[in-house]
Design a protein around this ligand. Sequence first.
Ligand code: PA5
Length: 477
Amino acid sequence: MDKSKIGLYYKNVMSEIIGDEHGITPNQWEDLAKQTSPIISMLNNERKEGKVPYRDLPFDTQISQAVQDLAAKYEESCENLVILGIGGSALGNIALQTALNSYMYNIDEAQREGPRLFVFDNVDPQQFGSFLDWISDKLDKTIFNVISKSGRTSETASQFMIICDMLSEILGPDTLRDHIIATTDAKQGTLRTIVDEMKLPHLEVPDGVGGRFSVLSAVGLFGAAMCGVDIDLLLEGARDMDQRVSEEDFLQNPAAINAAIQHHFYNRNKNISVMMPYSYALKDLCDWYRQIWAESLGKEVNLKGEKVYVGPTPVKALGTTDQHSQVQLYREGPNDKLFTFLQVNNFDKDVEIGPAPDCTPELGFLAGKNLSVLLNSEKMATEYALLQSQRPCMTAHFDKVDAYSVGQFIYLYEVTTSFAGALFGINTYDQPAVELGKEATFALMEKSGDCKAVEMSYDKFAQEIKEKTEIDEKYLI
Ligand code: PA5
């Protein structure tokens, strides 16, 4: 099988293309190389010292073996795989499915190699209720994979409790371990306690790997393996990218270059980072990117403890759909964005455009052309238009979308995030601001005891939250 490298094309951020005011000048480029080069060695050393365990996931054969062994057990019996999780426990699964399985996967058996896949990363009662109505008479052929590193996330815990109740009622209380697989921390946490107590089949979220960096662990691999994705090829792509992003030479290291460019523009009033795939298959990878970028880089304090309030805002746009929704703003609005297009050279399927109706010969230029040609022409056209307005653009080129290229892309952006975090001088791997919202939810849902995060009882905390958020009629019109 021929394997192709993902290419990151960055000429169109340079001053020679978009001018000195908005582009990177040769002097600035030299400075970026000087500033970023020492970070390459620093990250390589941290990695050797075992401080960034996500970097080793693609090499961990035990994980992929455990995933494949468990997936094999359910191969025959499972017609529906339901993933319950949120944030880093869900976005990678969704992204892998959209990227590597066909658009009609769930609907068309002929286009499907595994069970139907449903990923619930919300607690919308209407959405979940409608799904429960549909699945309730199919439970005997359904596996629920509940994924939570902590097990105390309200959304996932609630979904888990709902399905336990439903399985007990419909199939009987003894059937839970036949229909639930838990993916959680190896040693600690609420879901770990449940796994041990209920003797549920389980997989591990590796130690020291946060949710948003966990897609290449059992968190993302199990759902992918169940649904026919070649996880060995996915991991091979990540391993090959690992070599490239470990290159000590700045000019040979795509993650260092990507992060340096992002950091440069952030510091020059372009603090919005738009990712715009011209491929429907890649659209959910942008949601995965939005999380890893936002949660890792949006920080109040730096590593010295100083208040910095940094963080580029990641934005997702889909080509060509959003040309007809966002591009007016992108070209004529504030020049505050860096664009990264995702372009695919070869699509698995292509469709030829039929002849133009006789009454509209003006449509004849489209006739007989493939949709892939139209899609990629629209990408080039949009990029050209943005460059005419001095907007910086990069492109990640996929020769084709397959497990190998997606593995490369995921690893490239994970390590780019580590580089960007180091350039910003912040802790890339924590998410303290998300925790307060989780605790506030506990308070409003009437948890008892004391909340350490705010040093008061949950009861009092709930009152304080309500004072700030309940509607004051005076301001409601
Ligand atoms: O990246 C992260 O750490 C978060 O997005 C978590 O994945 C998310 O909050 C879910 O947490 P948990 O896996 O503990 O349920």
